[in-house]
Design a protein around this ligand. Structure first.
Ligand SMILES: O=C(O)[C@H](O)[C@@H](O)[C@H](O)[C@H](O)COP(=O)(O)O
Length: 236
């Protein structure tokens, strides 16, 4: 695990940019495609700024969602909608580069349909191997839409699961499951702000596996934590 301590959010973004440039280059050289899963919240903002600073050819990128809220695309809660209102409109990506949910379905149908879309990009019968999963961590230690104490944390039978009782609104979502998260070639967390200091200590120092973020332990991939200095306040 690499913990990268950044002085401020601009340094968070530049570290993220550097890692994404390196790993996307390797993936495209090896396989002619780069498959990344992105999260909502502040991670999405840092992703957007890192991408805007790159000024490169993104045509080989395919962008998936680590989780998504089952809401219409024009809702402020839609992660894809937020991307669409930002990066797409700046003509950085084409709409077809995004693998997105069908928001008219219910959560259960949307999760199944998302798996079918993923099957076009990952080997059938094997756990999908993302090149990068970009993860945020909630103040309760959640990742994707996998919340502490929720039964979905133990879900191993599907790549993508529905959730209809998310403790954080909106309640209906789909989420990658932990076996998929841990099979990624690179998991990159971004965590900023002093309000993440307490939970970051529990996850990174105490390694409390009740917390979803502490259960991100890639099988053979790399794990990066890009954290602002304030997040490491209780590390000593
Ligand atoms: O679907 C969601 O509710 C968010 O995407 C959520 O999972 C987010 O990633 C974390 O809460 C961290 O968000 P912040 O970094 O903004 O605190």
């Amino acid at each position: 695990m690499s913990i990268i301590v950044a002085n401020g959010t601009a340094e968070v973004e530049s570290n993220l940019k550097n890692i994404l440039e390196d790993v996307s280059k390797v993936s495209i050289e090896e396989k002619n495609i780069f498959k990344i899963g992105i999260s909502g919240g502040s991670a999405l903002k840092y992703f957007t700024n890192a991408v805007l600073a790159m000024r490169k050819d993104f045509s080989k990128w395919k962008i998936f969602f680590c989780d998504e809220r089952v809401v219409p695309e024009d809702s402020e809660d839609s992660t894809y909608g937020t991307v669409k209102r930002g990066l797409l409109m700046k003509n950085i990506f084409k709409d077809e580069q995004f693998i997105k949910i069908k928001p008219d379905l219910n959560a259960s149908e949307a999760a199944k349909e998302y798996i079918q879309q993923m099957e076009q990009y990952f080997k059938k019968g094997a756990v999908p191997e993302f090149d990068v999963l970009l993860l945020g961590m909630g103040p309760d230690g959640h990742i994707c839409s996998l919340f502490p104490g929720h039964k979905l944390l133990d879900e191993t039978s599907v790549w993508v699961a529905p959730i209809e009782d998310s403790p954080k609104p909106p309640p209906c979502r789909i989420t990658l499951t932990l076996p998929v998260v841990n099979n990624a070639r690179n998991c990159i967390f971004v965590a900023t702000g002093e309000d993440k200091a307490d939970i970051a200590k529990k996850v990174l120092i105490d390694k409390d596996e009740q917390l979803p973020a502490a259960r991100v332990q890639p099988n053979s991939g790399n794990l990066y934590w890009i954290v602002e200095k304030a997040v490491t306040k209780y590390f000593d």
